[in-house]
Design a protein around this ligand. Structure first.
Ligand code: ADP
Ligand code: MG
Length: 553
């Protein structure tokens, strides 16, 4: 392509050059460069007679920051501006792409007056920053806000997470990126479990624009629960949160990377991608799920609720922590060798039957529809005392048309309301049967139950490919007993690419729900919430759409 055509492609009427300069680079003052700034790109070309210098085009969408400065040398009047980009580049010897750092630093020495040179450099730095912020807004459009600048960020790092490398990774990647983006951050190294939870519970949140964790999912779980334990939880939970993968279970980080549309990345490449998204500072809403257990206080979850195979692997694989994210693969293979059956009852409120947004509920009424599998004719109930459901069953079967009627099994919510955080409107107390419009699963023998609200279960497990941050959906998966080891292994292998649902495995069920209840009957077992062990026993959950805010893409 000749130079003119290339120029014409980049610089058009709709994308004209708005700033032009001729500078040298910091390390070579002999060669001059032509630098053009348009609304979308920074275009750099070396002046040379022949051959014509290669044109470097850097998209402002990939820019995290730009700063102007002078060096200490008083005899030199030059000033500088440096712009920092993280464009997607082809990986060395692989087919994928990942974000890689590119720094462009120019020397401005046209004038004798150092202040005038610095002023010019600052003008460029400001222009680059403003245009890159605008680019992002133009491209991404809706329902997002941006972190305020300057941003005061609390960065909590768990030095024990993953292979124990979170601090090293902070030093090698994150500190520099945040400085480039002009984000002022206070580093807090956690000393023990629940340290972060206590800190955010007591913190003066007016001092912080964002709370970011660098660890696995476990540390964000602490932060979210700490915020919702506060008396000002309603405002506290609106504080923008962020996550940088530094642990072995980096499922939320992998999810936000996936939502950004980039090809899969692992380890340090995932970290750079999430660091980039953090620097760009776009804030979206994120669903949270309230979790009720029989005797523990209510919890909040942002990722997953697991029982059976997945929960066992998560906890048993703790001992393989030294291998990092691969611990789940090792754990899966070990668990497969001693595959178990887990007994219990499962019920849920499907999204199609949740009419909580419709007018009916405002009047204390609920809408129910007698379809073939009536929501009001549960085949079995979770409770031994099913009188409440029978009432429902009979009354609904007496009339096969769409009915609007007063709810018989109105959840008694007094106990639920007194807990901190938002009230739950879909659940009845664990001591009572599930509401009549829930579906009760026939089977009582399972290999696993997994409720997911984001796409990834681990860096390399795309469990819910069509999940998004704030769709208000719980993706409920269960695998019925009877599946062979080979078939289960095949499912997990397919999950690496999110293809498990396409395997047509007869034992796997996937359904989208708003709330669910599980009553394990096996005397011993493991339940995990966001990868952390919780009280074993009856558990129920309800989604709270967009309750929190997350810095994502
Ligand atoms: P990983 O993905 O490697 O498991 P997590 O962020 O999930 O990393 O952290 C694992 C556990 O460590 C969590 O339960 C978290 O609360 C706890 N934790 C946080 N800080 C510390 C610390 N300084 N020492 C020990 N455990 C900690
Ligand atoms: Mg963890």
């Amino acid at each position: 392509m000749d130079q003119r055509t290339a120029e014409a492609d980049l610089i058009t009427d709709s994308n004209p050059v708005t700033l032009h300069g001729e500078f040298t680079l910091t390390n070579n003052q002999k060669v001059r460069y032509s630098v053009n700034l348009t609304e979308k790109d920074l275009i750099v070309q070396r002046f040379a007679s022949a051959p014509i210098g290669r044109k470097v085009v850097l998209s402002l969408r990939d820019c995290v920051g730009c700063r102007a400065y002078r060096e200490d040398d008083n005899a030199d009047p030059a000033a500088y501006f440096a712009a920092y980009f993280y464009p997607l580049k082809r990986r060395w010897m692989s087919s994928g792409v990942s974000r890689q750092r590119v720094e462009q630093c120019f020397r401005l020495a046209a004038l004798q007056d150092p202040c005038a040179n610095l002023e010019e450099a600052e003008k460029w730095a400001r222009a680059v920053r403003e245009r890159s912020a605008r680019q992002q807004h133009l491209g991404d459009g809706v329902l997002q806000s941006k972190l305020s600048r300057p941003c005061r960020m609390m960065l909590l790092v768990n030095p024990q997470s993953g292979k124990g490398q979170a601090l090293t990774l902070y030093n090698s990647h994150i500190q520099r990126m945040l400085n480039e983006a002009g984000i002022i951050h206070t580093l807090i190294i956690t000393e023990r479990q629940n340290h972060a939870r206590e800190l955010v519970r007591e913190a003066d949140l007016s001092q912080w624009d964002a709370l970011v964790i660098m660890s696995g999912d476990g540390l964000l779980y602490e932060v979210i629960n700490g915020l919702l334990e506060r008396s000002d939880w309603e405002e506290a939970i609106r504080t923008p949160l962020g996550i940088l993968p530094g642990g072995s279970g980096n499922a939320l980080a992998a999810s936000i990377h996936y939502y950004s549309g980039a090809s899969p990345a692992f380890g340090e490449e995932l970290l750079v991608s999430c660091g980039f998204l953090l620097c760009k500072g776009l804030v979206s809403q994120m669903d949270l799920i309230s979790i009720h257990l029989s005797s523990s206080p209510r919890l909040f979850s942002f990722l997953s609720l697991a029982w059976g195979f997945v929960a066992d692997v998560d906890i048993e694989s703790e001992k393989y922590r030294h291998v990092g994210a691969a611990r789940f693969t090792v754990g899966t293979l070990v668990r497969l060798a001693s595959l178990r059956i887990y007994k219990g009852k499962l019920a849920y409120l499907p999204i199609s039957k949740d009419h909580s947004n419709k007018e009916g509920l405002q009047n204390g009424m609920t809408v129910c529809c007698n379809s073939q599998r009536s929501s009001l004719s549960p085949v079995s109930t979770l409770s031994k005392d099913s009188s409440c459901h029978n009432t429902f069953h009979n009354s609904c079967h007496s009339n096969n048309s769409l009915k609007v009627r007063r709810t018989v099994s109105t959840p008694s919510r007094s106990a639920i309301k007194s807990l901190p955080g938002p009230a739950d409107s879909l659940l009845s107390p664990l001591s009572e049967p599930v509401p009549g419009n829930w579906v009760v699963v026939q089977e009582e023998e399972f290999v696993l139950m997994l409720a997911m609200y984001q796409s990834h279960l681990a860096e390399d497990l795309l469990a819910a490919p069509d999940a998004s941050l704030d769709d208000g959906v719980i993706h409920l998966f269960y695998v019925k007993a009877g599946i062979s080891r080979t078939a289960l292994l095949r499912l997990f292998l397919a999950m690496e690419k999110g293809a498990h649902l396409a395997t047509n495995c007869q034992h796997l069920v996937h359904t989208k729900v708003r709330a669910l209840r599980l009553e394990p009957h096996s005397p011993k077992g493991m339940i995990t919430v966001d990868g952390e062990v919780v009280e074993y026993g009856p558990v129920q959950a309800e989604v709270h759409k967009g309750l929190s805010r997350l810095i994502s893409g």
